[in-house]
Design a protein around this ligand. Structure first.
Ligand code: SF4
Length: 141
């Protein structure tokens, strides 16, 4: 069930999602939100109670503080961009026990294989480019 958030909580989550992996020190978040530490602490505690952030104790800038790390992730449609299901004319008969389903759909299978192939080719090209760059650096030194 979606959580109801105040405007400031929404703003805090939007900021924290920009720092998904590392999170932010709570004082940095208060500063960016333009709120007092007291108000900021309340926001953090409410977000923690809602299961949206974890507050991790950390020694920073000569004192103990908390780092706020988001427990939710920004979702994009990128992984399913181009999927045939999004514009499928058989969608109304597709499903478990239906005439067709994702388990036996040739169009979906072709798209999945094509996506995986494209992804692994891109990773191979990226690795090759990194190798060339590393060799170039080694040659120069
Ligand atoms: S799985 Fe196949 S038939 Fe079902 S919605 Fe996707 S593309 Fe259409």
């Amino acid at each position: 069930m979606p959580q109801k958030l105040s405007k400031l909580e929404e703003k805090a989550i939007a900021l924290l999602l920009k720092y998904q992996d590392k999170g932010l020190l709570q004082s940095e978040l208060w500063h960016k939100l333009g709120v007092t530490s007291r108000e900021g602490s309340r926001i953090a505690i409410r977000l923690e109670k809602k299961g949206m952030v974890k507050r991790v104790k950390e020694f920073a800038k000569d004192r103990w503080t908390r780092r706020l790390v988001p427990l939710i992730r920004r979702v994009t449609i990128e992984p399913i961009r181009g999927a045939p299901c999004l514009s499928c004319e058989q969608e109304h008969v597709c499903g478990e026990g239906g005439v067709i389903s994702p388990k036996n759909c040739p169009r979906l299978e072709k798209w999945v294989i094509g996506s995986l192939t494209a992804k692994s080719e891109a990773q191979a090209q990226e690795a090759q480019a990194e190798n060339i760059q590393e060799q170039s650096v080694e040659t120069q030194s």
